[in-house]
Design a protein around this ligand. Sequence first.
Ligand SMILES: [Zn+2]
Length: 166
Amino acid sequence: MQLLNSVPVYHCGHAIPVETFELMDDHAQTLSWSAIKFACPQCCREALATLELNPQVYVNLQQIRPGMAAFVIEVQDVASPLADILALSAYVRRAASSDELHPGGDVFDLSLAVWRKEYWFANETEPMHVVALLRHLKQEMRWLAAYLRGGEQQIHFADFAHPYAE
Ligand SMILES: [Zn+2]
C-alpha cells in the first residue's frame, strides 16, 4: 500500500474514492484494501475496454454436494488486471456452471474458463445466517461492480454464463 498525503492510492496513482469506501461494510473494505496493489477500478475498466472485453457476473445458489449448498459467483470474460484482483480475492478458474445442480468442474480450455468463488453453507443453516451471507455477497458485488464497464447491470442473479453463446 502506498500513502500519498495520507490518502490511500492504487498502484496507478488514483485514490480510493472516500465516499464509496464509506458506503462499504468491513468485507467490501477488505476487498478494496487488498486490491490497492493493482490499478484502480476506473483504470481496470479502461483496460478492459481496450481489450474489447465486457465481463459479466453470474450469482447463483447451487447444490454443491448432499447437504451442502453455496452462493456461487462466476465472472466471465476477464483479463488482467481484473483477473489478478479476482485471483487475490479467492476466485479460481473453473469451467462455467450449466445450472443450479451442475457446478462447472476443472477447466481444460482456459479461454472458456470463468473465475469462480463459492460461499458454502449446510442445508440446515439457520435462515438468519444465510441472509447474513447474502448481505456479504451483495457487498462483494457492490465492490466488483466498480470494475465492470456496465457496473451493476453486468451482474446477473439467478442466471448462468453461456460459454458457447454467439
Ligand atoms: Zn487508476
